[in-house]
Ligand binder design. Structure first.
Ligand code: PHE
Ligand code: NA
Length: 459
């Protein structure tokens, strides 16, 4: 299989640090920031949850992102093979490639429901563009949303559209166009979020939203809330699934892994917090429930677009940009399985994209049905930790709160306790104190945090 260095040379490298940042940001910034972060923050009581989430990003997320990128660059292959090569070279157990396999599985499960939510965004482009949001009340907006959820045919249509968008790009294997688009679309999304935040400031409930988000009330924090915060840190940064490993394998030597990882994490966090600042003033101004669940942004943002000047235009643009953000994330979710099918099963790219995409699309149908016809079906409901969880809830819970933290834990242990320290120092080329900080966090803080949260939630 050749040397590590030879492998890297053959696969070509990112043209620049910027290209890596664009691809990684494209994967990171997505529905997790705008759809999921606000609604789990609402469900878990606000401030204290946000604080724990930020701690998880800093103490768990960033160190693991650095470790993933570092492993990818060192191995210079697809994740499973990078892990295998490094394990071979450092005389470690070849079973470490299981980390890559957990990642492929998690990414597949996530994409199946991610595409359904992406479909909601596609559907709202039409709703906003046709001017339907103008003059609506909280109730009528709520009715539009529940109408969508109760209609499996429409949900299936938009889920199919979203999945097709993802499959087309993955099948063609040319991401460069889309990645360059990220450099225009991400700032666009950012500006539109700022516009909604600006509108939110005029509702008279901005201060209430700021204290909801940033004034921790620890009496509202539960142990399951801590697990959700930790799981979301992985989900939002696309960690624990070897995706950053795959991207890292294209990163040229000599570029700072620490700086690039921190940049991506900060951008992701800023987008999530802006989404919170855009949404919660609208929630409070209209007497809505912060804990309304997965429909939160689809019940609040449309109200804002219905009331602000040029709202139909801004609303349409916003949902188009949200689709782009979700699209780049969706691509990064399908890619690992397609690559794995190509490498392990020798399928060509088109066939492997079709196989993986169609399988994912089929599983997505179960999520769609669990929003309406199967809303009473709770497959693991006999276990108290899964009580009342539909198929959709379960897929979300199992991936974000179990598989991703587990994958991340294994990455931390592999890099922190098994890889040669010399190799880590060479790859990261940090100052002595910087390296120590990262190394000790990865070896001790990260694994202990993940395990403690796990054990508390099992008990
Ligand atoms: N990070 C993406 C988001 O926040 C979702 C995602 C998770 C993408 C895992 C890739 C891998 O929306
Ligand atoms: Na994210």
């Amino acid at each position: 299989t050749g040397t590590l260095e030879g492998a890297t040379a053959k696969r070509g490298l990112w043209s620049s640090r910027l290209a890596f940042i664009l691809a990684a940001t494209g994967s990171a910034v997505g529905l997790g920031n705008i759809w999921k972060f606000p609604y789990i923050t609402g469900e878990n009581g606000g401030g204290a949850f946000v604080l724990v989430y930020l701690l998880c990003i800093a103490a768990v997320g960033i160190p693991i992102m650095m470790a993933e990128v570092m492993i990818g660059r060192r191995g210079g292959r697809s994740p499973v093979n990078s892990l295998r090569l490094i394990a071979e070279r450092d005389k470690l157990n070849p079973a470490w490639r299981i980390v890559g396999i957990i990642g492929v599985l998690a990414a597949f499960l996530i994409l199946s429901f991610y595409s359904v939510i992406g479909g909601w965004a596609v559907s709202y482009v039409g709703t906003a563009a046709s001017g339907q949001l103008v003059g609506q009340t909280a109730e009528s907006i709520g009715a539009i949303f529940s109408g969508l959820l109760s209609d499996p045919g429409t949900l299936l249509m938009w889920h199919t559209v979203f999945m097709a968008l993802v499959m087309v790009v993955v099948a063609r294997g040319v991401r460069s166009g889309l990645e360059r688009a990220v450099s225009i679309l991400m700032p666009g999304l950012f500006v539109l979020l700022l516009i909604v935040v600006g509108y939110a400031m005029t509702t008279g409930h901005f201060g209430q939203a700021v204290s909801f988000l940033f004034q921790p009330d620890f009496s509202k924090l539960t142990t399951s809330g801590v697990l959700v915060a930790l799981g979301h840190a992985f989900f939002t940064l696309s960690l624990g699934m070897a995706i950053m490993m795959a991207y890292g394998s294209y990163l040229p030597k000599g570029i700072s892994i620490a700086k690039t990882s921190i940049t991506v994490s900060v951008m992701d966090t800023v987008v999530a917090l802006l989404a919170g600042l855009a949404i919660f003033p609208i929630v409070f101004a209209n007497g809505l429930e912060p804990g309304a669940g997965p429909g939160l942004i689809f019940q609040t943002l449309p109200l804002a677009f219905g009331q602000m000047p040029m709202g139909s235009l801004f609303g349409t643009l916003f949902f188009v940009l949200l689709i782009f953000a979700a699209w780049t994330s969706g691509i990064s979710l399908l890619e690992p399985l397609v690559e794995w099918l190509e490498e392990q099963k020798g399928m060509n790219r088109t066939i492997s994209t079709l196989a993986a995409g169609v399988a994912c699309w089929l599983l997505g149908i179960a999520s769609i049905l669990s929003l309406n016809l199967w809303s009473d079906v709770t497959p693991l409901g006999m276990f108290s930790m899964f009580e009342g969880k539909t198929i959709f809830d379960l897929l979300d819970y199992l991936t974000a709160n179990i598989l991703l933290p587990l994958g991340g834990l294994l990455v931390a242990v592999f890099a922190g306790w098994f890889m040669s320290k010399q190799a880590l120092e060479n790859e990261l080329s940090l100052s002595e104190s910087g390296f120590k900080l990262w190394y000790n966090t990865l070896r001790f803080v990260t694994p202990v945090a993940v395990m403690v949260v796990f054990i508390y939630n099992l008990a």
